[in-house]
Design a binder for this molecule. Sequence first.
Ligand SMILES: Cc1cc2nc3c(=O)[nH]c(=O)nc-3n(C[C@H](O)[C@H](O)[C@H](O)COP(=O)(O)OP(=O)(O)OC[C@H]3O[C@@H](n4cnc5c(N)ncnc54)[C@H](O)[C@@H]3O)c2cc1C
Length: 507
Amino acid sequence: MEGTYDVAIIGGGINGCGIARDAAGRGLSVYLCEQADLASGTSSTATKLIHGGLRYLEYFEFRLVREALMEREVLWRIAPHIIWPLRFVLPHHKGLRPAWLLRLGLFLYDHLGGRELLPATSTLDLTTDEAGRPLKPGQYSLGFEYSDCWVDDARLVILNARDAVDHGATIRTRTKAVAADRGADVWRLTAVDRRSGEKTEAVHARILVNAAGPWVGDVLAVTRRQNSPPSIRLVRGSHIVIPRLYAHNRCYIFQNIDMRIIFAIPYEGDFTLIGTTEGDYVGDPGEVRTTAEDIDYLCQAANRYFSTTIAPADVVWTYSGVRPLYDDGASEAQAATRDYLLDLDEAGAPMLSIFGGKITTYRRLAQHALDKLERYLPTAVHARRNWSGQVPLPGGDFPVQGFEALVKDIGRDYPWLGAYQSRRLARAYGTRARGILDGATRWSALGQDFGSGLTEAEVTYLMREEWAEEASDVIWRRSKLGLRLSQEQVTTLESFMAEHREEFLAR
Ligand SMILES: Cc1cc2nc3c(=O)[nH]c(=O)nc-3n(C[C@H](O)[C@H](O)[C@H](O)COP(=O)(O)OP(=O)(O)OC[C@H]3O[C@@H](n4cnc5c(N)ncnc54)[C@H](O)[C@@H]3O)c2cc1C
């Protein structure tokens, strides 16, 4: 049928956008619909680690840990602006696994695969190392330090979407899939534009991908699937953000008294991120909220280790998300597998549903998803199977360890920006920061100033190139400027965007 896409994807989180990018880059025609903003589901609520997951070794998840460890440097290389290495300090104490077992786990972590640039594990004397200073005095002498990476999760989603479109994909945001009718060879997908409430044109596609994350079951219901699909386990996790708790740049990995892992991570320059809680969740994933108990739990967990006591009143921001885990029948939420399952239903035109996964493994998941669909794809695209780890994401076309040089170059060409803004723009946009600055010779040339360095030039770039339509898209998902802007500034931003929205939607 003319106008039929090769692949239609439901869901604009990391998995949907990752598959869209990989498929479009292989030369397939791709359509993706997202019911709200890109990354508005789980993919903006992670702890934001590109990590192997040290604790998954205890559950013998060697396949997952190895794949995830190998992805750290692959992803860092293709997106060195939004991904960077971090060192994690693990203070040892009596309640933990014995030191020899931790050494063994960290040895495996270092050697399971893919580590070329990240530094290896080391042992710390916490009585002399500065990492011991923020901790309760006299309690910790031995520590271990290992490597993982940080990612701006929401921007990773947006950059995958951007790259998919740069490779010819069609992406519709605020567009909800409400019906999917299956023929022998083709799907007919009906979606509603949530801005107007009106039905959009129906889309035809040879393959349907259900990447709806925690809503995967709702989408299966829309497709009226007959045989019984695997089940999903929703696990809720919350984080708190407090003013910066300590001066150095390393993170901590603590074990709480309930044996759960809690991270404390330097965040957005002036803050510390602490998380996460973990518990089964029932209800609408869109309604997930941080509770007072979550905040108490995380404050108490931090207070067991740090000498500075924190209280709920110190918390400046919180966020919560729902992990869409494949239900492997584990009794504890923390023990449920973080591995993914790709369910291919071939009773007519094929539908692939995604269960589980991590931000860290999204690129491999996308590769596996398309490999699984290979017999339905034109043979001409098979040769492009391995491209996605070799080509930089938008703005990431500079050497993996060249971030400081990029900041310096931007600072040299735009000296009036100042060190903080040069770094902020380089972090968010990489080499594409120059597309925002566009040869400007002074601050006022960037147009209206919304505060904290957010200018009209940046906002219009986000509306034109990155699907931003509302203030929350800009201040919580394209950036974290929500931590710095006043309510009045946000209102001004909202009015500006409302005034200009139609211009960008009409494009
Ligand atoms: C607390 C927490 C901490 C985590 N920390 C980490 C971490 O540090 N590292 C890591 O690697 N992973 C981490 N994860 C896991 C990771 O965040 C998730 O596995 C991943 O984001 C899931 O992505 P997704 O694309 O499957 O789902 P989502 O991001 O939820 O995307 C699904 C999208 O589908 C859309 N959708 C649903 N129904 C429809 C419809 N009918 N029509 C159109 N669109 C629809 C939704 O709006 C949503 O945007 C964490 C998760 C949580 C909750």
